[in-house]
Design a protein around this ligand. Structure first.
Ligand code: NAD
Length: 454
Protein backbone atom coordinates (compact mmCIF):
# COMPACT_ATOMS: atom_id res chain seq x y z
CA UNK A 1 0.00 0.00 0.00
CA UNK A 2 2.87 2.31 0.83
CA UNK A 3 4.30 1.73 -2.66
CA UNK A 4 0.94 2.41 -4.28
CA UNK A 5 0.47 5.67 -2.43
CA UNK A 6 4.04 6.72 -3.09
CA UNK A 7 3.51 5.99 -6.81
CA UNK A 8 0.32 8.09 -6.79
CA UNK A 9 2.12 10.92 -5.01
CA UNK A 10 4.98 10.84 -7.52
CA UNK A 11 2.47 10.87 -10.37
CA UNK A 12 0.49 13.70 -8.79
CA UNK A 13 3.70 15.71 -8.45
CA UNK A 14 4.31 15.49 -12.20
CA UNK A 15 1.28 17.86 -12.47
CA UNK A 16 -0.35 15.56 -15.04
CA UNK A 17 -3.71 15.70 -13.25
CA UNK A 18 -3.65 19.50 -13.19
CA UNK A 19 -4.20 19.47 -16.94
CA UNK A 20 -7.93 19.92 -17.55
CA UNK A 21 -7.70 17.98 -20.81
CA UNK A 22 -6.29 15.01 -18.89
CA UNK A 23 -9.17 15.14 -16.41
CA UNK A 24 -11.76 15.21 -19.21
CA UNK A 25 -10.06 12.30 -20.98
CA UNK A 26 -10.02 10.21 -17.80
CA UNK A 27 -13.66 11.01 -17.07
CA UNK A 28 -14.68 10.08 -20.60
CA UNK A 29 -12.67 6.88 -20.28
CA UNK A 30 -14.44 6.06 -17.04
CA UNK A 31 -17.79 6.67 -18.75
CA UNK A 32 -16.82 4.40 -21.64
CA UNK A 33 -15.45 1.51 -19.57
CA UNK A 34 -18.49 1.55 -17.29
CA UNK A 35 -20.78 1.47 -20.35
CA UNK A 36 -18.80 -1.39 -21.89
CA UNK A 37 -19.02 -3.38 -18.67
CA UNK A 38 -22.62 -2.64 -17.72
CA UNK A 39 -23.74 -6.23 -18.12
CA UNK A 40 -20.92 -7.46 -15.88
CA UNK A 41 -22.02 -4.99 -13.22
CA UNK A 42 -25.69 -6.00 -13.54
CA UNK A 43 -24.79 -9.68 -13.18
CA UNK A 44 -22.54 -9.10 -10.17
CA UNK A 45 -25.07 -7.12 -8.19
CA UNK A 46 -27.84 -9.59 -8.99
CA UNK A 47 -25.63 -12.37 -7.65
CA UNK A 48 -24.86 -10.36 -4.52
CA UNK A 49 -28.37 -9.28 -3.51
CA UNK A 50 -30.78 -9.80 -6.38
CA UNK A 51 -30.95 -6.19 -7.42
CA UNK A 52 -32.53 -5.91 -10.88
CA UNK A 53 -30.72 -4.27 -13.78
CA UNK A 54 -33.52 -1.68 -13.96
CA UNK A 55 -32.98 -0.65 -10.31
CA UNK A 56 -29.20 -0.81 -10.70
CA UNK A 57 -29.34 1.47 -13.71
CA UNK A 58 -31.79 3.99 -12.27
CA UNK A 59 -30.46 4.19 -8.71
CA UNK A 60 -26.75 3.72 -9.34
CA UNK A 61 -25.31 3.97 -12.84
CA UNK A 62 -27.57 6.76 -14.12
CA UNK A 63 -26.34 9.00 -11.29
CA UNK A 64 -22.71 8.16 -12.00
CA UNK A 65 -23.11 8.77 -15.74
CA UNK A 66 -24.88 12.05 -15.15
CA UNK A 67 -22.16 13.14 -12.68
CA UNK A 68 -19.48 12.32 -15.28
CA UNK A 69 -21.24 14.23 -18.05
CA UNK A 70 -21.78 17.23 -15.79
CA UNK A 71 -18.14 17.12 -14.67
CA UNK A 72 -16.82 17.08 -18.26
CA UNK A 73 -19.13 19.95 -19.20
CA UNK A 74 -18.36 22.13 -16.19
CA UNK A 75 -14.72 21.40 -15.30
CA UNK A 76 -13.42 24.42 -17.24
CA UNK A 77 -15.66 26.71 -15.27
CA UNK A 78 -15.15 25.06 -11.87
CA UNK A 79 -11.37 25.04 -12.18
CA UNK A 80 -10.86 28.53 -13.53
CA UNK A 81 -9.18 31.18 -11.41
CA UNK A 82 -11.85 33.34 -9.81
CA UNK A 83 -11.29 37.06 -9.39
CA UNK A 84 -12.22 38.67 -6.09
CA UNK A 85 -12.60 42.33 -5.19
CA UNK A 86 -9.51 43.93 -3.65
CA UNK A 87 -10.24 45.89 -0.49
CA UNK A 88 -9.10 49.51 -0.08
CA UNK A 89 -6.35 48.60 2.39
CA UNK A 90 -4.55 46.53 -0.25
CA UNK A 91 -5.16 48.82 -3.17
CA UNK A 92 -3.68 48.65 -5.80
CA UNK A 93 -3.60 44.88 -6.31
CA UNK A 94 -5.37 42.01 -8.01
CA UNK A 95 -7.10 39.42 -5.85
CA UNK A 96 -8.00 35.98 -7.04
CA UNK A 97 -8.60 32.42 -5.90
CA UNK A 98 -6.91 29.41 -7.49
CA UNK A 99 -8.62 26.03 -7.10
CA UNK A 100 -6.02 23.29 -6.69
CA UNK A 101 -6.47 19.53 -6.32
CA UNK A 102 -5.79 18.28 -2.80
CA UNK A 103 -3.62 15.43 -4.11
CA UNK A 104 -3.75 11.71 -3.38
CA UNK A 105 -7.25 10.73 -2.27
CA UNK A 106 -8.78 7.70 -0.62
CA UNK A 107 -12.44 6.87 -1.32
CA UNK A 108 -14.07 4.26 0.92
CA UNK A 109 -17.45 2.99 -0.26
CA UNK A 110 -20.47 1.41 1.42
CA UNK A 111 -22.28 -1.69 0.18
CA UNK A 112 -25.89 -0.60 -0.24
CA UNK A 113 -25.45 1.19 -3.59
CA UNK A 114 -21.96 -0.15 -4.24
CA UNK A 115 -21.39 1.31 -7.72
CA UNK A 116 -22.82 4.73 -7.06
CA UNK A 117 -21.18 5.16 -3.66
CA UNK A 118 -17.77 4.17 -5.04
CA UNK A 119 -17.75 5.79 -8.46
CA UNK A 120 -19.57 9.08 -7.77
CA UNK A 121 -16.96 10.23 -5.20
CA UNK A 122 -14.23 9.00 -7.58
CA UNK A 123 -15.71 11.25 -10.29
CA UNK A 124 -15.51 14.20 -7.88
CA UNK A 125 -11.88 13.34 -7.12
CA UNK A 126 -10.92 13.04 -10.80
CA UNK A 127 -12.64 16.23 -11.91
CA UNK A 128 -10.84 18.10 -9.13
CA UNK A 129 -7.49 16.69 -10.33
CA UNK A 130 -6.76 14.18 -7.56
CA UNK A 131 -5.45 10.65 -7.89
CA UNK A 132 -7.72 7.97 -6.40
CA UNK A 133 -7.35 4.87 -4.29
CA UNK A 134 -10.84 3.36 -4.17
CA UNK A 135 -11.76 0.83 -1.50
CA UNK A 136 -15.26 -0.51 -2.22
CA UNK A 137 -17.22 -2.35 0.44
CA UNK A 138 -16.17 -5.98 0.68
CA UNK A 139 -19.65 -7.14 1.69
CA UNK A 140 -21.17 -7.55 -1.79
CA UNK A 141 -18.09 -9.41 -2.97
CA UNK A 142 -19.03 -9.75 -6.64
CA UNK A 143 -19.59 -6.02 -7.14
CA UNK A 144 -16.29 -5.32 -5.38
CA UNK A 145 -14.50 -7.74 -7.74
CA UNK A 146 -16.13 -6.26 -10.82
CA UNK A 147 -15.16 -2.72 -9.81
CA UNK A 148 -11.57 -3.83 -9.24
CA UNK A 149 -11.50 -5.53 -12.64
CA UNK A 150 -13.01 -2.62 -14.55
CA UNK A 151 -10.76 0.02 -13.01
CA UNK A 152 -7.53 -1.92 -12.61
CA UNK A 153 -7.67 -3.27 -16.19
CA UNK A 154 -8.18 0.18 -17.65
CA UNK A 155 -6.45 2.79 -15.50
CA UNK A 156 -2.83 3.29 -14.50
CA UNK A 157 -2.49 2.40 -10.78
CA UNK A 158 -0.57 5.59 -10.09
CA UNK A 159 -3.72 7.48 -11.10
CA UNK A 160 -6.74 5.34 -10.19
CA UNK A 161 -6.58 2.03 -8.38
CA UNK A 162 -9.17 -0.16 -6.67
CA UNK A 163 -7.93 -1.91 -3.54
CA UNK A 164 -10.25 -4.63 -2.33
CA UNK A 165 -10.58 -5.74 1.26
CA UNK A 166 -12.41 -5.49 4.55
CA UNK A 167 -11.63 -3.99 7.94
CA UNK A 168 -8.01 -5.14 7.93
CA UNK A 169 -7.21 -3.67 4.53
CA UNK A 170 -9.03 -0.44 5.33
CA UNK A 171 -7.23 -0.12 8.66
CA UNK A 172 -3.93 -0.53 6.83
CA UNK A 173 -4.94 2.06 4.23
CA UNK A 174 -5.98 4.50 6.92
CA UNK A 175 -2.48 4.39 8.44
CA UNK A 176 -1.09 5.93 5.24
CA UNK A 177 -0.94 9.63 4.60
CA UNK A 178 -3.57 10.81 2.12
CA UNK A 179 -4.41 14.38 1.12
CA UNK A 180 -8.15 13.68 1.26
CA UNK A 181 -10.33 10.90 2.61
CA UNK A 182 -13.89 10.50 1.41
CA UNK A 183 -15.85 7.96 3.44
CA UNK A 184 -19.38 6.60 3.03
CA UNK A 185 -20.70 4.28 5.70
CA UNK A 186 -21.94 4.07 9.25
CA UNK A 187 -21.52 6.74 11.92
CA UNK A 188 -19.53 4.28 14.05
CA UNK A 189 -16.92 3.62 11.35
CA UNK A 190 -17.04 7.31 10.38
CA UNK A 191 -15.60 8.08 13.82
CA UNK A 192 -12.76 5.58 13.24
CA UNK A 193 -11.96 7.16 9.87
CA UNK A 194 -12.05 10.68 11.31
CA UNK A 195 -9.63 9.69 14.08
CA UNK A 196 -7.23 8.06 11.62
CA UNK A 197 -7.38 11.14 9.39
CA UNK A 198 -6.64 13.43 12.34
CA UNK A 199 -3.21 11.83 12.76
CA UNK A 200 -2.14 13.26 9.40
CA UNK A 201 -4.48 16.29 9.53
CA UNK A 202 -6.12 14.92 6.40
CA UNK A 203 -9.37 16.64 5.41
CA UNK A 204 -12.36 14.32 5.32
CA UNK A 205 -15.83 14.12 3.88
CA UNK A 206 -18.02 11.77 5.89
CA UNK A 207 -21.24 10.54 4.29
CA UNK A 208 -22.92 8.73 7.18
CA UNK A 209 -26.35 7.43 8.10
CA UNK A 210 -28.98 7.93 10.75
CA UNK A 211 -32.70 7.75 11.37
CA UNK A 212 -34.49 9.95 8.84
CA UNK A 213 -38.07 10.84 9.84
CA UNK A 214 -41.04 11.49 7.55
CA UNK A 215 -43.82 13.69 8.94
CA UNK A 216 -47.36 13.25 7.64
CA UNK A 217 -49.74 15.95 8.84
CA UNK A 218 -53.53 15.60 8.95
CA UNK A 219 -54.11 17.69 5.82
CA UNK A 220 -51.51 15.97 3.59
CA UNK A 221 -52.44 14.37 0.28
CA UNK A 222 -52.48 10.94 1.89
CA UNK A 223 -52.74 8.83 -1.24
CA UNK A 224 -49.71 10.46 -2.81
CA UNK A 225 -47.84 10.38 0.52
CA UNK A 226 -48.48 6.62 0.88
CA UNK A 227 -47.40 5.92 -2.71
CA UNK A 228 -44.18 7.92 -2.50
CA UNK A 229 -43.29 6.67 0.98
CA UNK A 230 -43.82 3.01 0.11
CA UNK A 231 -41.57 3.31 -2.94
CA UNK A 232 -38.80 5.19 -1.12
CA UNK A 233 -38.88 2.98 1.96
CA UNK A 234 -38.94 -0.45 0.29
CA UNK A 235 -36.67 0.37 -2.65
CA UNK A 236 -33.51 -1.74 -2.26
CA UNK A 237 -35.32 -3.54 0.60
CA UNK A 238 -34.97 -0.43 2.76
CA UNK A 239 -31.17 -0.49 2.45
CA UNK A 240 -30.99 3.17 1.46
CA UNK A 241 -29.19 5.75 3.60
CA UNK A 242 -31.84 8.39 2.87
CA UNK A 243 -34.85 6.07 3.12
CA UNK A 244 -37.55 7.31 5.48
CA UNK A 245 -36.53 5.37 8.59
CA UNK A 246 -39.78 5.96 10.49
CA UNK A 247 -43.06 7.83 10.04
CA UNK A 248 -44.52 10.48 12.31
CA UNK A 249 -48.24 10.53 11.51
CA UNK A 250 -50.98 12.75 12.92
CA UNK A 251 -53.22 10.54 15.03
CA UNK A 252 -56.44 11.84 13.42
CA UNK A 253 -55.53 10.07 10.13
CA UNK A 254 -54.23 6.89 11.74
CA UNK A 255 -56.59 4.30 10.23
CA UNK A 256 -56.99 5.95 6.85
CA UNK A 257 -53.23 6.31 6.33
CA UNK A 258 -52.40 2.84 7.56
CA UNK A 259 -54.90 1.37 5.10
CA UNK A 260 -53.44 3.42 2.28
CA UNK A 261 -49.93 2.21 3.12
CA UNK A 262 -51.08 -1.42 3.13
CA UNK A 263 -52.89 -1.02 -0.21
CA UNK A 264 -49.85 0.65 -1.76
CA UNK A 265 -47.55 -2.18 -0.67
CA UNK A 266 -50.01 -4.79 -1.96
CA UNK A 267 -50.21 -3.03 -5.31
CA UNK A 268 -46.45 -2.54 -5.57
CA UNK A 269 -43.76 -4.90 -6.84
CA UNK A 270 -42.27 -5.10 -3.34
CA UNK A 271 -43.30 -8.69 -3.05
CA UNK A 272 -40.95 -11.38 -1.74
CA UNK A 273 -42.22 -13.70 -4.50
CA UNK A 274 -41.01 -11.27 -7.13
CA UNK A 275 -37.64 -12.43 -8.49
CA UNK A 276 -36.38 -8.84 -8.27
CA UNK A 277 -37.28 -8.35 -4.61
CA UNK A 278 -33.94 -7.23 -3.21
CA UNK A 279 -32.28 -9.47 -0.61
CA UNK A 280 -30.79 -8.27 2.65
CA UNK A 281 -27.10 -8.03 1.94
CA UNK A 282 -25.95 -10.81 4.30
CA UNK A 283 -27.12 -13.22 6.99
CA UNK A 284 -25.83 -11.04 9.84
CA UNK A 285 -27.94 -8.06 8.77
CA UNK A 286 -30.97 -10.27 8.16
CA UNK A 287 -30.72 -11.60 11.72
CA UNK A 288 -30.23 -8.08 13.08
CA UNK A 289 -33.38 -6.89 11.28
CA UNK A 290 -35.47 -9.87 12.33
CA UNK A 291 -34.67 -9.07 15.97
CA UNK A 292 -36.08 -5.57 15.41
CA UNK A 293 -39.50 -6.93 14.42
CA UNK A 294 -41.67 -6.80 17.53
CA UNK A 295 -44.43 -9.27 16.66
CA UNK A 296 -46.90 -7.50 18.97
CA UNK A 297 -46.62 -4.35 16.85
CA UNK A 298 -46.72 -5.91 13.38
CA UNK A 299 -49.77 -4.76 11.40
CA UNK A 300 -48.46 -5.76 7.98
CA UNK A 301 -45.87 -8.29 6.78
CA UNK A 302 -43.40 -9.52 9.36
CA UNK A 303 -42.47 -12.63 7.35
CA UNK A 304 -38.89 -13.57 6.70
CA UNK A 305 -36.62 -16.30 5.38
CA UNK A 306 -33.16 -16.29 6.94
CA UNK A 307 -31.71 -18.70 4.36
CA UNK A 308 -32.89 -16.58 1.43
CA UNK A 309 -32.11 -13.32 3.29
CA UNK A 310 -35.59 -12.01 2.53
CA UNK A 311 -37.80 -9.90 4.79
CA UNK A 312 -41.22 -8.93 3.52
CA UNK A 313 -42.30 -5.26 3.67
CA UNK A 314 -43.28 -4.82 7.30
CA UNK A 315 -45.19 -2.12 9.17
CA UNK A 316 -44.92 -1.72 12.93
CA UNK A 317 -47.72 0.34 14.43
CA UNK A 318 -48.05 2.42 17.62
CA UNK A 319 -44.30 2.72 18.07
CA UNK A 320 -42.81 4.98 20.73
CA UNK A 321 -39.34 6.46 20.92
CA UNK A 322 -38.59 3.91 23.65
CA UNK A 323 -39.09 0.91 21.36
CA UNK A 324 -36.01 -1.08 20.30
CA UNK A 325 -36.62 -0.26 16.63
CA UNK A 326 -36.00 3.42 17.46
CA UNK A 327 -32.55 2.76 18.94
CA UNK A 328 -30.65 2.35 15.67
CA UNK A 329 -30.86 3.09 11.95
CA UNK A 330 -33.10 0.32 10.54
CA UNK A 331 -31.61 -0.06 7.07
CA UNK A 332 -34.15 -2.69 6.05
CA UNK A 333 -37.79 -3.09 4.93
CA UNK A 334 -39.36 -2.37 8.32
CA UNK A 335 -41.46 0.76 8.71
CA UNK A 336 -42.35 1.90 12.23
CA UNK A 337 -45.12 4.46 12.75
CA UNK A 338 -45.21 6.91 15.61
CA UNK A 339 -48.42 8.91 16.11
CA UNK A 340 -48.46 12.52 17.26
CA UNK A 341 -51.00 14.98 18.48
CA UNK A 342 -49.06 18.18 18.95
CA UNK A 343 -46.57 19.21 16.25
CA UNK A 344 -44.60 21.48 18.62
CA UNK A 345 -44.03 18.60 21.04
CA UNK A 346 -43.00 16.06 18.40
CA UNK A 347 -40.64 18.52 16.71
CA UNK A 348 -39.09 19.28 20.11
CA UNK A 349 -38.56 15.53 20.59
CA UNK A 350 -36.96 14.99 17.16
CA UNK A 351 -34.62 17.92 17.83
CA UNK A 352 -33.19 16.04 20.81
CA UNK A 353 -32.15 13.11 18.58
CA UNK A 354 -28.94 12.92 16.50
CA UNK A 355 -29.19 15.05 13.37
CA UNK A 356 -30.62 12.85 10.57
CA UNK A 357 -29.33 12.58 7.01
CA UNK A 358 -32.78 13.41 5.61
CA UNK A 359 -36.19 14.61 6.67
CA UNK A 360 -39.43 14.49 4.72
CA UNK A 361 -42.63 16.48 5.25
CA UNK A 362 -45.96 15.55 3.71
CA UNK A 363 -48.36 18.41 4.27
CA UNK A 364 -50.44 21.17 2.72
CA UNK A 365 -49.71 23.39 5.69
CA UNK A 366 -47.17 26.15 5.13
CA UNK A 367 -46.69 26.67 8.84
CA UNK A 368 -46.02 22.97 9.54
CA UNK A 369 -43.56 22.85 6.65
CA UNK A 370 -41.76 26.00 7.77
CA UNK A 371 -41.64 24.89 11.38
CA UNK A 372 -39.98 21.57 10.51
CA UNK A 373 -37.60 23.10 7.96
CA UNK A 374 -36.55 25.91 10.30
CA UNK A 375 -36.27 23.96 13.52
CA UNK A 376 -34.86 20.54 12.71
CA UNK A 377 -31.26 20.26 11.52
CA UNK A 378 -30.75 17.54 8.88
CA UNK A 379 -28.67 16.88 5.75
CA UNK A 380 -31.33 17.44 3.07
CA UNK A 381 -34.84 16.38 2.23
CA UNK A 382 -38.11 16.87 0.37
CA UNK A 383 -41.58 18.30 0.79
CA UNK A 384 -44.35 15.89 -0.27
CA UNK A 385 -41.69 13.55 -1.66
CA UNK A 386 -38.93 11.35 -0.31
CA UNK A 387 -35.44 10.36 -1.44
CA UNK A 388 -35.65 12.18 -4.80
CA UNK A 389 -33.60 15.23 -3.72
CA UNK A 390 -30.54 13.05 -4.38
CA UNK A 391 -31.43 12.96 -8.07
CA UNK A 392 -31.23 16.74 -8.56
CA UNK A 393 -27.68 17.32 -9.84
CA UNK A 394 -27.88 20.98 -8.85
CA UNK A 395 -27.85 20.05 -5.16
CA UNK A 396 -24.86 19.08 -3.09
CA UNK A 397 -25.55 15.94 -1.04
CA UNK A 398 -24.36 15.38 2.52
CA UNK A 399 -25.21 15.09 6.18
CA UNK A 400 -24.72 17.21 9.27
CA UNK A 401 -23.65 16.25 12.79
CA UNK A 402 -24.01 12.50 13.30
CA UNK A 403 -25.10 12.06 9.67
CA UNK A 404 -21.85 13.40 8.29
CA UNK A 405 -19.84 16.39 7.16
CA UNK A 406 -19.18 17.89 3.76
CA UNK A 407 -21.09 17.24 0.57
CA UNK A 408 -20.59 16.12 -3.02
CA UNK A 409 -22.02 15.64 -6.54
CA UNK A 410 -21.58 18.38 -9.13
CA UNK A 411 -19.57 21.41 -8.08
CA UNK A 412 -19.84 20.44 -4.40
CA UNK A 413 -17.88 17.28 -5.26
CA UNK A 414 -15.23 19.33 -7.04
CA UNK A 415 -14.93 21.55 -3.95
CA UNK A 416 -14.67 18.52 -1.65
CA UNK A 417 -11.43 17.45 -3.36
CA UNK A 418 -10.03 20.97 -3.90
CA UNK A 419 -8.26 23.63 -1.94
CA UNK A 420 -8.86 27.26 -2.86
CA UNK A 421 -5.67 29.31 -2.71
CA UNK A 422 -6.29 33.00 -2.05
CA UNK A 423 -3.75 35.21 -3.79
CA UNK A 424 -3.12 38.90 -3.36
CA UNK A 425 -1.12 39.97 -6.42
CA UNK A 426 0.62 43.34 -5.82
CA UNK A 427 2.32 45.56 -8.35
CA UNK A 428 5.71 47.06 -7.45
CA UNK A 429 5.39 50.46 -9.11
CA UNK A 430 3.97 51.96 -5.93
CA UNK A 431 4.68 51.34 -2.22
CA UNK A 432 2.01 52.81 0.07
CA UNK A 433 3.71 53.32 3.44
CA UNK A 434 0.69 52.98 5.72
CA UNK A 435 1.91 49.81 7.46
CA UNK A 436 5.48 51.03 8.00
CA UNK A 437 6.97 53.11 10.77
CA UNK A 438 6.49 55.78 11.91
CA UNK A 439 3.01 55.00 13.31
CA UNK A 440 1.11 58.28 13.09
CA UNK A 441 -2.44 59.15 14.08
CA UNK A 442 -3.22 60.02 10.44
CA UNK A 443 -2.17 56.54 9.34
CA UNK A 444 -4.31 54.98 12.06
CA UNK A 445 -7.27 57.06 10.94
CA UNK A 446 -6.82 55.92 7.34
CA UNK A 447 -6.40 52.29 8.32
CA UNK A 448 -9.62 52.47 10.35
CA UNK A 449 -11.36 54.04 7.38
CA UNK A 450 -10.16 51.25 5.08
CA UNK A 451 -11.47 48.67 7.54
CA UNK A 452 -14.82 50.47 7.48
CA UNK A 453 -14.41 51.54 11.12
CA UNK A 454 -14.74 55.01 12.64
P1 NAD B 1 -19.78 0.45 7.29
O1 NAD B 1 -19.46 1.66 8.07
O2 NAD B 1 -19.88 -0.84 8.01
O3 NAD B 1 -18.70 0.20 6.13
C1 NAD B 1 -18.32 1.22 5.23
C2 NAD B 1 -16.89 0.99 4.77
O4 NAD B 1 -16.02 1.03 5.89
C3 NAD B 1 -16.66 -0.35 4.09
O5 NAD B 1 -15.86 -0.15 2.95
C4 NAD B 1 -15.94 -1.19 5.14
O6 NAD B 1 -15.01 -2.09 4.58
C5 NAD B 1 -15.21 -0.13 5.95
N1 NAD B 1 -15.08 -0.51 7.36
C6 NAD B 1 -15.97 -1.23 8.11
N2 NAD B 1 -15.53 -1.35 9.38
C7 NAD B 1 -14.34 -0.72 9.44
C8 NAD B 1 -13.39 -0.46 10.47
N3 NAD B 1 -13.57 -0.93 11.70
N4 NAD B 1 -12.28 0.24 10.18
C9 NAD B 1 -12.09 0.73 8.94
N5 NAD B 1 -12.95 0.53 7.91
C10 NAD B 1 -14.06 -0.17 8.15
O7 NAD B 1 -21.11 0.80 6.51
P2 NAD B 1 -21.96 -0.12 5.55
O8 NAD B 1 -22.60 -1.19 6.36
O9 NAD B 1 -21.18 -0.49 4.35
O10 NAD B 1 -23.07 0.91 5.06
C11 NAD B 1 -24.21 1.19 5.81
C12 NAD B 1 -24.13 2.54 6.47
O11 NAD B 1 -23.71 3.52 5.54
C13 NAD B 1 -25.48 3.02 6.95
O12 NAD B 1 -25.32 3.65 8.19
C14 NAD B 1 -25.91 4.02 5.90
O13 NAD B 1 -26.82 4.97 6.33
C15 NAD B 1 -24.60 4.63 5.55
N6 NAD B 1 -24.66 5.19 4.22
C16 NAD B 1 -24.55 6.53 4.07
C17 NAD B 1 -24.64 7.09 2.81
C18 NAD B 1 -24.54 8.56 2.58
O14 NAD B 1 -24.40 8.94 1.44
N7 NAD B 1 -24.59 9.39 3.60
C19 NAD B 1 -24.83 6.26 1.70
C20 NAD B 1 -24.93 4.90 1.92
C21 NAD B 1 -24.82 4.36 3.17
Amino acid sequence: MQNLIQAQRTFFNTNATKDIKFRKQQLQKLFDVLKENEQLMFDAIYTDFKKSSFDTFTTELALVYSDIKEAIKKVDDWSRIKNKRTNMLNFPAKSYVIPEPLGVSLVIGAWNYPYQLSFAPAVSAIVAGCTVVLKPSEIPENTSKVMAKIINDNFAPEFFKVVEGGVEATTELLKQQFDKIFFTGSTTVGRIVYQAAAKHLTPVTLELGGKSPAFITANANLKIAAKRLVWSKFLNAGQTCIAPDYLIVHKSIKDEFLNLLKTEIENSHFDPDNKNYVQIVNRKNTERLVKLIDSKKVVFGGDYNLEERIISPTILDNITFEDKIMEEEIFGPILPIIYYDDLDAIVAKVKQLPKPLSCYVFTKSKSAKNKILNEISFGGGCINEAVMHLSNPNFGFGGVGDSGMGSYHGEEGFKAFSHYKSILDKPTWIEPNLKYYPQTSLKLKLIKLFFGLK
